[in-house]
Design a protein around this ligand. Sequence first.
Ligand SMILES: [Zn+2]
Length: 411
Amino acid sequence: MYNVYFYIILAFVVLSFVWGQILSFLNRKRMSPDIPPALAGIYNAEEYGRQQAYQKENSRFGLITGSFSFALTLLVLFFGVLGWLDTTLRTDITNFILLPLAFFGVILAVSEVLDFPFDWYATFVIEEKFGFNKSTCKLFVLDWVKNILLTVVLGGLILTAILCIYHYTETWFWLLAWIVVSVFSLIMSLFYSEWIVPLFNKQTPLEAGELRNAIEAFAQKAGFELTNIYVMDGSKRSSKANAYFTGMGKKKRIVLFDTLMKELDTDEIVAVLAHEIGHYKKKHTIYSLVGSIVTTGITFYILSLFLNSRPLAEALGGQIPSFHLGLVGFSFLFAPVSELTGLVFNAFSRKNEYEADAYTTQFGLGNALISALKKLSVQSLSNLNPHPWVVFWYYSHPTLLQRINAIQTHS
Ligand SMILES: [Zn+2]
């Protein structure tokens, strides 16, 4: 069992944990009770103290959850728990679809149960303490159940499709699986707001009035055909504000959280939407989609080389090579590559954020955007001064200060 693959996997797991802890340590070292001079005035001293306390609390919580899942992963690896699970299930289930489904079903059930207390604590202790949480126990449990059902149904469907492809067409497995997964994610991105969101939130068309007029006037100026503007009841879970853009072509829609409308004035909301429209106009949506389709294809190809690998199954404590042990083993081995692609995607995303900000600024909305970004940062108690390595590694958006500087040089 303790073969080369085992030690490679072990090394990756340890390195990734250590690196994560180094980054989070660097971030903690940078915390200071003084607001960066360029952002002076966005908080008063008392509010900034709250921001620092929130950050400290989240960082401590991250250390606890990270250490817990690290220790658990080590136990699972050293005791060959995944292989044991496969061997145990095989005594009753032999079907090529049912065995992997049962295997992943057990993993899903165990991880959902283990995660539950941590999620509960994050929502009802940390978020609650800082006044963000608006969810109730009932809503929380209901969300949890719905999310699991959704994972079981959608995950089960896509997994069954992939298993059939694997069983019947071994040579072209990666190509066919790639096509199926890409079509699936394309459909999901088109119908996400119509099929998935309503399970959790209510979306109502933005009513006629000053705000709608202002948004439509902007869309017309920008040459952007926009009929779907919706308001979503984000306030039923959290007081944190947000806005996003989904879909393509006729399906495109802009969704404003009701919390955003409470926090920002009309000009600021138009600036936030201009930014979202900027992403569309600059084709960021298409590029990200193409990027993720290409990565999926490469991943499936490399995966196909590892599926059914005997030493990999043995490294996880299994006796017989199988699709599911191969897939899990592969996801451990591929982790460093995923980290690297994640870095590329984040860098690309940060560049896109600057472009969408610049687009907004072109329409004379630079100052409104700056004031919206400041309000949103204060409202969510975001970190004003993250360590540059942390930004490089994890951030999909530039920091508030970086964005303000860039907007000011453009306007
Ligand atoms: Zn953006």
